[in-house]
Design a protein around this ligand. Structure first.
Ligand SMILES: [Zn+2]
Length: 401
């Protein structure tokens, strides 16, 4: 059965200006984009803009904002968290985000449950768990002698702490065995882990090189969490596919990224909750301390990247800001150096390219997967965008209505 969406405007994801056009699709594939199309079932989308299914290239679907309350999680049944995931998936899909790259936390069981239709959610590429050095972003060590409940390993979720050229290569293989489509690492400290400095590099150059090489042997790219500029540069030199956050990126770093065609996934949305987390007594004091004087350096870094012409794909780091706020990323990109068109390209065709899915997704073109978002009014105006998402099709199936 051929469905045709008629009377709307189309932003096809390539960056070409939006224009009047219909979109037709049959089963899971787009058949045609253009004026006056025919179909078995016609859906009037007059007054709406049609977008390709959106991407979030840095999200943690298995976690929630509420889970930053470590004590709450500690006293909750272990399996409870798994039953909260369906809601995260639904909130993400409701925004028109039909494809994600999970930056740690989602395991192969979750990915497969969505693929098999047991849970409804965006299609995902997963990293399983994020490699970090001893004392790094994923280390559950606590000075009390206990281990943080934020980093519990279980079957399918290997512990992610590893060191040394041989140790990191072994860990890459373990993650791939557990189902990782992409290898996530932390080449600097982080903000929400208590004992590491976001400005400092983590892993030696040799270790990062070894990670990228071990991943490449198995056909995987590396995405590197990196705030400080030295850790950014080490990951870029090693040949990481993308820098995640890039909070303290400078001009020299941006030039290096440009030379090596490294992607930036800026996760500006995560900064929206910095102040709230800094004031929240449920957050561990060492974390609050790091957030207190932080400000929004990532916005300046993004401007530098945008000016230099670094390749950008949209990622949010939700639930650092709660799931459902993901489209704030478009607003923040458009306020800090991108045009609305560039922001939407980052969320569609660029994101597909980053993930190697450009033949299947990212634009509205014949032969591609029928992921289509129907937005009331002008989709290039981001005000109240989440409330204007009218319908979402994923693989030709109406998943949000
Ligand atoms: Zn993250």
């Amino acid at each position: 059965m051929r469905i045709v969406l008629t009377g709307g405007r189309v932003f096809d994801g390539t960056g070409a200006p939006a224009g009047d056009a219909d979109v037709s699709f049959e089963d899971d594939r787009i058949v045609d984009v253009g004026p006056g199309l025919d179909g078995d079932e016609s859906v009037d989308v007059t007054g709406a803009t049609l977008l390709p299914g959106l991407f979030d290239c840095h999200v943690h679907l298995a976690e929630r904002y509420e889970d930053f309350d470590e004590l709450l999680v500690m006293h909750r049944p272990f399996s409870y968290r798994f039953f909260t995931i369906a809601e995260n998936l639904r909130r993400t899909l409701a925004l028109g985000i039909t494809t994600v790259r999970d930056a740690a936390g989602a395991d192969l069981g979750l990915k497969r449950a969505v693929e098999d239709g047991i849970l409804e959610g965006p299609r995902m590429r997963i990293s399983v768990n994020a490699l970090s050095m001893t004392g790094g972003h994923s280390d559950a060590w606590l000075p009390s002698g206990g281990l943080s409940v934020w980093n519990v390993s279980y079957p399918g979720m290997p512990d992610a702490v590893c060191d040394g050229v041989e140790g990191v290569a072994l860990k890459v293989r373990e993650m791939v065995r557990a189902g990782a489509d992409v290898i996530k690492i932390s080449s600097t400290g982080g903000f929400l882990s208590p004992f590491d400095d976001p400005a400092k590099p983590h892993y030696s150059q040799e270790e990062v090189d070894a990670i990228v090489a071990a991943a490449a042997d198995l056909g995987r790219w590396v995405m590197s969490h990196a705030h400080g500029v030295e850790g950014i540069k080490r990951a870029v030199r090693a040949g990481a596919r993308s820098i995640e956050h890039g909070t303290y990126l400078d001009r020299e770093g941006a030039e290096m990224m440009l030379e090596r065609s490294t992607w930036l996934v800026p996760t500006l949305t995560a900064g929206d909750t910095t102040e709230a987390l800094a004031e929240d007594p449920k957050i561990p004091e060492p974390v609050r301390e790091k957030l207190r004087e932080l400000g929004r350096p990532e916005l300046d870094a993004f401007r530098i990247a945008a000016e230099a012409g670094v390749k950008v794909a949209m990622g949010t780091d939700c639930p650092v800001a709660p799931h459902g706020t993901n489209l704030r990323e478009l607003v923040l990109m458009a306020e800090n150096g991108f045009t609305p068109q560039q922001a939407l390209v980052a969320a569609t065709s660029s994101a597909a390219e980053l993930m190697g899915l450009q033949d299947e997704l990212g634009t509205l073109e014949p032969g591609k997967r029928a992921d289509v978002v129907v937005v009331d009014g002008d989709a290039l105006v981001f005000e109240k965008l989440p409330q204007r998402i009218r319908t979402v099709y994923k693989d030709g199936v109406r998943v949000i209505d």
